[in-house]
Design a protein around this ligand. Structure first.
Ligand SMILES: Nc1ncnc2c1ncn2[C@@H]1O[C@H](COP(=O)(O)OP(=O)(O)OP(=O)(O)O)[C@@H](O)[C@H]1O
Length: 604
């Protein structure tokens, strides 16, 4: 909706060929045409007997009118080939040519005022990622330790691993809260592997599942998790995911899987209908980031209760243990140990953007005692950008080009959009207009050839066939630069390596969603940036985030435009081969070009 509006408003942008002719020697011809048209109109009016009235209006009126017609004509000329532009009521205020041929596109004029957002102090919650201890300090099998240290390169335990692994090795239930990317997966996987390999009666695959790991989305099957489970070859791990072929899954279940990683829906499907899954031996149940699916978890718990003689050891993990998760824990956990890494860490003051709304506290932001506070990685630099609706698409396209194409080295970026349709639209637009067209379908091996030529565009949403989802996941994992456009399907639990930027083009619903989205970067101590797009009417969201001790700084949009100016010769041309892209979609690239070609109030 917002994008459509932006596109409609910008339809009167000036195509390049017209711009160049306007700046060159065709001015006279344009002026000549205008004069003859004015004459024709006068003639017409005279014929209608209107001449007396027209004369009586005096010289001033006609001068004013001529000026008005000048503008209209120039606009009309500017919008050649763009019929919609002529009918747009905005066309009169569209492109103005004044001193020194400075043109300001209507896209950048008549915008609502962007509210001033001043800085405030926020005491952010801080967690240490690494503990300084090594895996050797834990009572683990030497082969497991060497696998972790040598094969996977994990030299130190993270804080959450240091606190959680001993608790789980004692057989207790646990409720674990630790920031995104802090290594929670290993915190539950290591005790499971250690306990399974230590069983007196050696595990065989025909025993069926001993451990159930429930994950929110299909892509959350960390490669390193499976490598870990494969440390001991007789322990068989496998997954059940929506979108996969049931028949193949049934045959794998029949052969036997000891550690089963599954999405809740598909797991329930096998429990209820296929009849090949026995839960009688399940000893461990882990639920990672499953608060949104708490109903499914409760159903799985009931199924387990019905089949298991003893309740399994259960652990719930999340970066955002909110009151909802606490409620879930009360029905699923028995006398759980609480592991909250931020309890042991301090808080740090940070400068945050405070919206100048009447409700905002005048000095700093107060966090009410009831408010849950969340910790985010300290290496994550969080920004927000307040921009009028019609500039959003241009700025997003500019940012993507800047970070993923023109920067050295190029970045890896994830852009969160609100709907599957929005993902499809932007993926098609960016791939065809800004990037190398074949990127989405291209084989990964071929991408290296096109790396310097265009932007790599990937897409991920819940309505894609499983084959395409897996391919996107693999390709985006392997690539060193590019942009992934996605819905919230990629917001929780996904571990995509080396992501530099998280862009939230549509603001998330709840604060926890914000936390999980930005948590796809700055993982395991690495650096990362996030940018939240806000419309002027949405700046209050910054204050809301401050209440949860989340600190953001305002992003200067002129940085994006400065980068585009530097790369003006490389910007795609609207006249280039754009088959398959509708005219309205081309507006994006035209906007970029116009915006950058013509010095405006934002230009450096
Ligand atoms: N001890 C360690 N040393 C170094 N890196 C580690 C260690 N443990 C885990 N990692 C790395 O940290 C990254 C994040 O781990 P993981 O996905 O388990 O985090 P998480 O806390 O579950 O995140 P989220 O809350 O987003 O699900 C992974 O890429 C993993 O390889």
């Amino acid at each position: 909706m917002a994008d459509d509006l932006g596109l409609n408003l910008s339809l009167n942008l000036i195509p390049d060929d017209v711009l160049s002719s306007a700046a060159g020697g065709k001015k006279e011809k344009v002026f000549g045409d205008r004069r003859s048209r004015v004459q024709q109109r006068k003639e017409l009016r005279r014929q209608k007997g209107d001449a007396t009235k027209s004369d009586s209006l005096g010289e001033n009126r006609s001068r004013e009118k001529r000026k008005h017609e000048d503008d209209s004509d120039n606009d009309a000329e500017s919008s050649v080939g763009n019929k919609a532009a002529r009918t747009d009521s905005n066309h009169k205020t569209g492109a103005k040519k004044g001193k020194g041929s400075v043109v300001i596109s209507s896209l950048f004029r008549k915008n609502p005022e962007v509210p001033v957002v001043s800085n405030a102090e926020v005491a952010t919650l801080q967690e240490n990622v690494f503990s300084g201890d090594t895996f050797r300090e834990l009572p683990l099998h030497p082969y497991l330790i060497s696998n972790l240290e040598e094969k996977q390169g994990f030299k130190q335990l993270t804080e959450v691993q240091k606190r959680t692994i001993p608790v789980l090795l004692q057989g207790k239930d646990a409720l674990v809260k630790s920031q995104t990317g802090s290594g929670k997966t290993l915190a539950y996987a290591v005790p499971v592997v250690q306990s399974l390999q230590a069983r007196k009666l050696k595990v065989t695959r025909m025993d069926g599942p001993y451990a159930l790991v429930i994950v929110p989305t299909r892509e959350v099957r960390n490669v390193y998790l499976f490598l870990l489970f494969q440390s001991f070859v007789w322990i068989v791990s496998g997954c059940l995911m929506g979108g996969e072929k049931r028949k193949a899954e049934k045959s794998r279940l029949r052969k036997g899987i000891n550690v089963l990683v599954a999405t809740p829906g598909r797991l329930m499907d096998h429990i209820n209908t296929t009849g090949v899954l026995s839960l009688a031996r399940v000893r461990w149940l882990t639920s990672d980031e499953l608060y949104p699916m708490q109903k499914d978890v409760a159903l799985i718990m009931n199924a387990l209760k019905a089949q298991c003689p003893d309740p399994p050891q259960t652990v719930l993990l999340s970066a955002t243990l909110s009151q909802g998760v606490e409620r879930l824990s009360s029905i699923t956990l028995s006398n759980p140990e609480r592991v909250n890494v931020s309890d042991h860490a301090g808080s740090a003051s940070a400068t945050a953007g405070e919206a100048s709304s009447p409700s905002a506290p005048p000095n700093g932001v107060t966090t009410s005692p009831d408010t849950e506070s969340f910790s985010l990685p300290s290496q994550l630099k969080q920004h927000f950008l307040v921009t009028p609706c019609k500039l959003r698409l241009v700025l997003l396209a500019g940012l993507v080009l800047w970070k993923c194409k023109y920067s050295k080295p190029c970045s890896k970026m994830i852009v969160f959009l609100s709907t599957q349709d929005a993902v499809e639209f932007h993926a098609q637009l960016f791939a065809q207009v800004l990037g190398c067209k074949r990127t989405i379908q291209k084989k990964l091996s071929d991408l290296a050839d096109t790396k310097t030529q265009g932007l790599q565009v990937f897409k991920l949403h819940g309505d894609m066939p499983q084959k395409d989802r897996s391919k996107t996941f693999q390709d985006f994992t392997a690539t060193s630069s590019g942009v992934l456009l996605c819905t919230d399907v990629a917001a929780r639990g996904l571990d995509l390596p080396h992501v530099d930027w998280i862009v939230q083009y549509t603001s998330p619903g709840a604060t926890v969603d914000y936390i999980h989205r930005v948590g796809r970067t700055a993982r395991a101590g690495s650096l990362g940036h996030s940018l939240l797009f806000l419309m002027p009417s949405e700046v209050g969201y910054v204050t809301e985030l401050n209440r949860y001790r989340i600190s953001l700084t305002q992003f200067d949009q002129s940085k994006i435009l400065r980068c585009l100016l530097q790369n003006i010769s490389d910007l795609p041309k609207p006249t280039s081969n754009t088959s398959g892209v509708s005219n309205s979609k081309l507006v994006c690239v035209r906007s970029l070009r116009c915006r950058t070609l013509h010095k405006t109030e934002f230009a450096p």
